[in-house]
Design a protein around this ligand. Structure first.
Ligand code: NAD
Length: 291
């Protein structure tokens, strides 16, 4: 299966990053979103991030021009029909993702591989609603995509070997490293990371420490580059809560119950950096802990 044309669905923080790295690796990228604004913002963001790479000497100005030229945008999902690989990176809601694959199916070539960048939703269940469960798998990039080295490759129960090998080949060409995960709730990274973040929120909730004490402890005491609460703000507290709920529902173990304080922050609309307030308040010059 030769992959040259990649369709990316969803032009948010992940979709724009995926388009960025695929274009720099020489793939032709067609990026789609339901929002024209999201598409325009994504192209601007890719250009700005490529400028940063040029100024650091990681790529040349010619690489940037060539990369940007390889990214096309469209509001019509069906335009992705002739691509070799589709990477779905739309909002983390199962109904949204299912509808995207359903709408796309009639326009696809028989060989197109379908993948999802979902952080937690069952690949097997998404695949089962398509006409090609054996050509369907999880392609889980980390945020920010141009910087993070790992891609988790998740096999659904029906995923066949040529599909896995083709996706692994794409990860290799991107210059990234893959780790293989079987299809269980939240896969590997978030299965381990989210309970740690949730436990940090419990420590805050129970008054074991304040925001700064908890983040400083993990940074200096466990050598983590970011504290767990700072990291939660970066990921998005709504996303963290959604993943904890998937773990709790999918594994039916009370050890995954989301901390009530995490739920409260989400109810308040304090979702982290994207809303300027979460465990830290980002509205001033420097982030200020909110507890
Ligand atoms: P985001 O909110 O930044 O972007 C989602 C985009 O999807 C938006 O631009 C939205 O307009 C678009 N969209 C919604 N419905 C659509 C549809 N029907 N067709 C086309 N586009 C549609 O979200 P994100 O952080 O980029 O997350 C996207 C996916 O990546 C999710 O599945 C998420 O779980 C996963 N993910 C996120 C992170 C992270 O740290 N944020 C990390 C790894 C994986």
């Amino acid at each position: 299966m030769g992959i040259e044309r990649i369709g990316v669905v969803g032009a948010g923080q992940m979709g724009s990053g995926i388009a960025h790295v695929c274009a720099l690796a020489g793939y032709d990228v067609l990026l789609t979103d339901v929002s024209e604004d999201a598409l325009a913002t994504a192209v601007q963001k890719v250009s700005g991030n490529m400028d940063r790479q040029v100024s650091k000497g990681l790529i040349t100005a010619a690489d940037k021009d060539e990369g940007l030229r390889r990214i096309d945008t469209t509001l019509k999902l069906k335009d992705l029909g002739p691509t070799d690989l589709v990477i779905e990176a739309a909002t983390e809601r199962e109904t949204v993702k299912q509808a995207i694959f359903e709408d796309l199916l009639p326009h696809l070539t028989p060989d197109t591989i379908l993948t999802s960048n979902t952080s937690s939703i069952s690949i097997t269940r998404l695949a089962s609603r398509t006409d090609r469960p054996e050509k369907f798998m999880g392609f889980h990039f980390m945020n920010p995509v141009p910087i993070m080295q790992l891609v988790e490759l998740i096999r659904g129960i029906a995923t066949d070997v040529p599909t896995y090998d083709a996706c692994k080949g794409v990860v290799d060409r991107l210059g990234k490293t893959s780790a293989t995960a079987e299809d269980f709730p939240a896969f590997i990274v978030n299965r381990i990371l989210m309970p740690m973040i949730n436990e940090a929120v419990y420590a805050l909730y129970e008054g074991v420490g304040g925001v700064l004490s908890i983040d400083t402890s993990l940074k200096l005491g466990a050598n983590h580059p970011m504290g767990p609460l700072e990291l939660a703000d970066f990921i998005g507290l709504d996303t963290c809560l959604a993943i904890m709920n998937v773990l709790h529902d999918g594994l039916a173990d009370t050890k995954y119950r989301p901390c009530p304080l995490l739920t409260k922050y989400v109810e308040a609309g304090w979702l982290g950096r994207k809303t300027d307030r979460g465990f830290y308040d980002y509205r001033g010059e420097v982030p200020v802990p909110t507890r």
